[in-house]
Design a protein around this ligand. Structure first.
Ligand code: AP5
Ligand code: MG
Ligand code: ZN
Length: 214
């Protein structure tokens, strides 16, 4: 099973991806998570990546494609994977077609959410420093404030979840990533999911779609 989860920033890609990958027993591959991990290293690449992420701009296609190509060559990808946040431009999608060859993707889940709701979701998001579990101050609060339910470590706010950067990210999504829906439309593998329901209801809808294709 090779899947892709799409949707604007804050649509719930990461939240749903965690549930989908444990349900299907496949890998979660998030370019955003991979880039954030690299920004913690004080390497030249880490510094460059941080400036793209903090401004809400996309990392250049050649850098992104190299990173994903290397990741998809690892043997653990053979059991299947869910791509989250890649591809994000038409050239990236073309590169992915080249990497995957004729079998390509089996399913694309496209989550839609209105932009006013996205701002609220992103500014209220908190993430665990240790295990990466995602919370929301209102919609998915931890049991103890500021502490991860899973591992007990501290929660933090992503540096690109400020109002200003969020509005940039939404614009970048509209201009550069939304056109991918047309790119994939004719393959007949895109399933639209209403992301404006509870986290659990969204997952139930996604499970129905997955059951329909396996
Ligand atoms: P990335 O990390 O991919 O960020 P994004 O696409 O902006 O998406 P988010 O992770 O912010 O949102 P999400 O959809 O995962 O939502 P979540 O589940 O967390 O990319 C970051 C940056 O890296 C980019 O800006 C770019 O610079 C770079 N980058 C990454 N990939 C790249 C690529 N391919 N090419 C170039 N550059 C790239 O949920 C959000 C919040 O809402 C949470 O608090 C959650 O609890 C809450 N929530 C979720 N679902 C619901 C619900 N149903 N109801 C209420 N609240 C909900
Ligand atoms: Mg995410
Ligand atoms: Zn944790």
């Amino acid at each position: 099973m090779r899947m892709l989860i799409m949707g604007p920033p804050g649509a719930g890609k990461g939240t749903q991806a965690a549930q989908i990958t444990s349900f299907c027993g496949i890998l979660h591959i998030s370019t955003g998570d991979m880039f954030r991990a690299e920004t913690k290293e004080s390497t030249e690449l880490g510094k460059k990546l941080k400036s793209y992420l903090d401004s809400g701009q996309l990392v250049p296609d050649e850098v992104t494609v190299k990173v994903i190509e290397k990741r998809l060559q690892k043997p653990d990808c053979e059991k299947g994977f869910l791509l989250d946040g890649f591809p994000r431009t038409v050239p990236q999608a073309e590169a992915l077609d080249g990497i995957l060859g004729k079998d390509g993707l089996d399913l694309i889940i496209n989550i839609s959410v209105d932009s006013a709701a996205l701002l609220e979701r992103l500014t209220g998001r908190r993430v665990c420093k240790q295990c990466g579990k995602t919370y929301h101050l209102l919609y998915q609060p931890p049991q103890d404030e500021g502490v991860c339910d899973n591992c007990g470590d501290e929660l933090y706010q992503r540096s690109d979840d400020t109002r200003e950067t969020v509005s940039n990210r939404l614009e970048v999504y509209q201009n550069q990533t939304a056109p991918l829906l047309d790119y994939y439309a004719q393959r007949g593998i895109v399933r639209d999911i209403n992301g404006e329901q509870s986290i659990d209801d969204v997952f139930q809808e996604i499970k129905k779609v997955i059951r329909g294709i396996v």
